[in-house]
Design a protein around this ligand. Structure first.
Ligand code: FAD
Ligand code: NAI
Length: 466
């Protein structure tokens, strides 16, 4: 290995970096992974996917009881109460078990964990805690962090103006919460605190929540969230946030301009997006630069402009999702090891883990129609026997296919288990399925998945149960 310390050095141990490191080690490369956090797993395991889903699960159980939803099944309880610190502690156990699991996998696969913040000193050398490491290949997997709202200072310790990390550790349920941004974080973490009793107002700049999703789905999701008790102010911009007493006052006005109004809040959650992490990385020393959106550009194999330096995950263009980062990690490691690693970026599912869940893969109806003639089939969850049995009938499935070839171009789902249902659509699209292929595949009864089959049948105008 000449005078290299490693065949591969990965910067960042999130879902992109840790997966790349393990895959590379499995393929026989001498691999190290640098991480500046105390624990492995990145945003996703420490302050993202995992803790948010733990609180979503716990708060959903609470709402089922507290909202009286179980009474119709003949179950009644005394007045429920919630011990927020206990809920937060249980969430932390899940996080600790999973981050500890990555440390175990690193040991098992002989990936060296270098603790500290990495900075390039040249194209093949990084410095961590005063020590230099030279590697034949370097993967930048530094992820992303919260986009700040200009003029608004977040202080997660005080717990009044917070970001997603602060929303995962509040010590009590706020009376009133204002969420700035009607995207994934705002709706997931807004749901957690609404279910536990907060009055939640979501302020969204655009004229609909959930940017990037299919328009029908965005509209139906907003209807369901409002029914659940969210106040949603779309087409509204925040012009200021001032702390007042133990809470804050948020000043908003119509995005198109107009009269301002103020919203009082005990807690303000800023959730307006995330930005790639490249500060302090010394990209200039490596001969690299970022694009206008602060991302590192790569080719289809995850090579950057500098030979030997690769990049994956939230720090490169594309959706900021853990499974996208993971798949890129595997593919990039395989490419470095001389195999052919490929990620099909046309088939990356996205899931919002609210109740019901919202999921999609491929093109929206709007994007598909802009490309050429399409056919669309829809099926309401109201007509799905399992949803009906469970008394949870909100939502629909929508299948979009090419009018000429019938090849499936996109699938959109609102259903209690949409996040699991979308996997079938992903497999179908990966194999180039037509809507007819899905429609003529036998689906078990009674399952939510039958709604996808029926939506596929509806593409050809012949669903059975509507
Ligand atoms: P990250 O996970 O951000 O990891 C990068 C790591 O690199 C970090 O640990 C960081 O400390 C480290 N690092 C950065 N710079 C350096 C350096 N110079 N030296 C050493 N270490 C460095 N995605 C989903 O798919 N599903 C979800 O349910 C989901 N929920 C989310 C909920 C929340 C609240 C948030 C905030 C995000 C969520 N995401 C979800 C997004 C997901 O967390 C990210 O897409 C994913 O973590 C990106 O992985 P990554 O490996 O690119 O980067
Ligand atoms: P987002 O991009 O999903 O949504 C941000 C929203 O804020 C947008 O609707 C945007 O129009 C709005 N906005 C921007 N500036 C605003 C302003 N000044 N005033 C009012 N609204 C404003 O970003 P979010 O929710 O912060 O999440 C970041 C990323 O994290 C997501 O894009 C996603 O990639 C990832 N994530 C994924 C999850 C999942 O897969 N379930 C869960 C949580 C996060």
């Amino acid at each position: 290995m000449a005078d290299y310390d490693f065949d591969l050095l990965v910067i960042g141990a999130g879902p992109g970096g840790y997966v790349a490191a393990i895959r590379a080690a499995q393929l026989g490369l001498k691999t190290a992974c640098v991480e500046s956090r105390e624990t492995l797993g990145g945003t996703c395991l420490n302050v993202g996917c995992i803790p948010s889903k733990a609180l979503l699960h716990a708060s959903e159980l609470y709402e089922e009881v507290a909202g009286g939803h179980l009474a119709k099944f003949g179950m009644s309880f005394g007045k429920p109460s919630v011990d927020v610190p206990a809920m937060i502690a249980e969430k932390q156990k899940a996080v600790d078990e999973l981050t500890g699991g990555i440390a175990f996998l690193f040991k098992k696969n002989k990936v060296e964990w270098i603790k500290g913040f990495a900075s390039f000193t040249s194209a093949d050398t990084v410095e961590v805690a005063g020590k230099s490491y030279r590697a034949k290949n370097i993967i930048i997997a530094t992820g992303s962090s919260v986009t700040p709202l200009p003029g608004v200072e977040v202080d997660n310790d005080k717990g009044v103006v917070i970001d997603s990390t602060g929303a995962l550790t509040l010590s009590k349920v706020p009376g009133k919460m204002v969420v700035i941004g009607g995207g994934v974080i705002g709706l997931e973490l807004g749901s957690v605190w609404r279910r536990l009793g907060a009055e939640v107002t979501v302020v969204e700049y655009l004229d609909q929540i959930l940017p990037g999703m299919d328009a029908d789905i965005r509209k139906e999701a907003a209807r369901i969230f409002k029914k659940q008790g969210f106040t949603i102010k779309t087409g509204t911009k925040v012009t200021g946030v001032a702390t007042k007493g133990k809470g804050a006052v948020v000043t908003v006005e119509p995005a198109a301009g107009g009269a301002a109004e103020t919203l009082e809040a005990d807690v303000v959650l800023v959730a307006i997006g995330r930005k790639p992490n490249t500060d302090g990385l010394g990209l200039d020393k490596a001969g690299l630069s970022v694009n206008a959106r602060g991302q590192i550009e790569t080719d289809h194999d995850f090579r950057t402009a500098v030979p030997g330096i690769w990049a994956i995950g939230d720090v490169i263009p594309g959706p900021m999702l853990a499974h996208k980062a993971e798949d890129e990690g595997v593919a990039c490691a395989e490419n470095i090891a001389g195999h052919t690693g490929i990620v099909n970026h046309d088939v990356i599912p996205s899931v919002v883990y609210t109740f019901p869940e919202i999921a999609g893969v491929g093109l929206t109806e709007e994007a598909a129609a802009a490309r050429g003639a399409i056919k669309v089939g829809k099926f309401p969850m109201m007509a799905n026997s399992r949803a009906k049995t469970n008394r949870q009938t909100d939502g629909l499935v929508k299948v979009i296919s090419d009018a000429e070839t019938d090849r499936v171009l996109g699938v959109w789902i609102i259903a209690t288990v949409a996040g699991s249902m979308i996997a079938e659509a992903c497999v179908a699209m990966e194999f180039g399925a037509t809507s007819e292929d899905i429609a003529y595949t036998c689906h078990a009864h009674p399952t939510h998945a039958e709604a996808l089959k029926e939506a596929a049948m509806a593409v050809r105008g012949k669903a059975i149960h509507v």
